[in-house]
Structure formats: structure tokens, C-alpha cells
Design a protein around this ligand. Sequence first.
Ligand SMILES: Nc1nc2c(ncn2[C@@H]2O[C@H](COP(=O)(O)OP(=O)(O)OP(=O)(O)O)[C@@H](O)[C@H]2O)c(=O)[nH]1
Ligand SMILES: [Zn+2]
Length: 203
Amino acid sequence: MPLFKGLGVPMDKEKIIMHVRGILEAIGEDPDREGLRDTPARVAGMYQEVFASIHLSNEEIARQLDVTFVDELELEEMHEDLVLMKDIGFFSYCEHHIALMYNMKATVAYVPKSKVIGLSKVARAVDMVGKRLQLQERIGSDIAHVLSLILDTEDVAVVVEAEHSCMTTRGIRKPGTRTLTTTFRGRFKTDPDLKNKFYALYK
Ligand SMILES: Nc1nc2c(ncn2[C@@H]2O[C@H](COP(=O)(O)OP(=O)(O)OP(=O)(O)O)[C@@H](O)[C@H]2O)c(=O)[nH]1
Ligand SMILES: [Zn+2]
């Protein structure tokens, strides 16, 4: 799964306003009626929020979150241990339909090597990776990439669960269908004991 590179260009709010107005016209609406007058600007504001990471690369996200606690003594003891954060709620939008992925949860685990990260930074990484036009599979690999850059370890595992509104509210219309994707890196891929430990905690 190719990683998201980041476009480097900040969002153009005026352009979004102009085009949302055009879409309203194209679907047969009157963009000047009272209820819709402020909608293009609201949509632009919403896009600034929900797509806030499109211009950032994974490396830039990692740099923003790189606030680690390092305690050499503790780390030596922790070397074989697992840090696992379960059911981190977030959302994203699919790149095929610009449709919401909802009821999303990420479970993230790593084996501490030379760094220990503040727990909120793991949740922040999940949130930031979601704020792009995404594929569920790439969300998992992007989260694993960001965390491996911050933590300086390959030993990262991510499970993402989601419902896709493009599958539940239109098209095939299968409400309730949940998709799970796994991303195992480093020893999570090669060490069955570690993988089993992950699954035991995940259940
Ligand atoms: N692998 C993957 N597929 C996704 C994701 N989000 C949406 N899709 C799928 O992307 C596909 C796009 O297929 P197309 O045939 O081009 O689009 P479509 O005509 O709207 O297809 P239908 O949804 O089947 O009506 C659909 O099968 C979606 O279900 C995702 O995160 N990962
Ligand atoms: Zn879709």
C-alpha cells in the first residue's frame, strides 16, 4: 500500500467556496436561497478542518508529534513489553466518493525500543492520518509509518475498523458492514508470539 506523500500546498478556501456554489447550481439548487447562502463558506470551513492533513507528509506529522519521554533505565525493563492503545475513535473520508468513513476505531501497538511516546500523541497521529482523502488500508499503513518514525522502531501493529457510507447509504447499500484491516510491521510480522499477544489484548 503506497504511503501518503502530502501535497505541500495549503488549502484554497476561496476556490472551494466558488466550486461548492457551482455544485449547488449543478444539482439544481438555488445557492442564493436563504438556507444555502452561507453553505459554500461553511463547507470550505469544514474541509479545512476534516482535510487538515492533506498538505502534510507522514514525516511532517511525525515531526509535529515528536515529543518523547526517554528513560533509559525504564526502557531496558520494557524492552519485551507491549504498549497497546485500543479503540481510538476517529473518522476519515474515502477518496473514491469523498464519502464519510464512520464508527472508525484504531487499535495501535508497539514494542518500545529507544523511545516512549506520550499516549495522546498516538491518538493525535491516528486523527491526523484520518484527515485526508483516504483508503482504509492506507490509513493503517500511514499510522504505522508515522509511529515508526516517531518511535524509531519497526515493531508497530495497527488494526483499523470502519463503516463506509459509500457502501451503506448508496451503491451496494449494506448497512452494518464493518471492514477490518491489519497492518503488521517488524516483529509483529515475524514473531508469532508477539502477534498472538497483540490479538489476545485486542479481543
Ligand atoms: N479497498 C478499498 N476500497 C474502498 C475503500 N473505500 C471505498 N472503496 C471501494 O472503492 C470502489 C470504487 O469502485 P468504482 O466501481 O469505481 O465506484 P462505484 O461505481 O461507485 O462502485 P460501487 O460502490 O460498487 O457502486 C468501491 O468498490 C468502494 O466500495 C477503501 O477504503 N478501501
Ligand atoms: Zn467510497
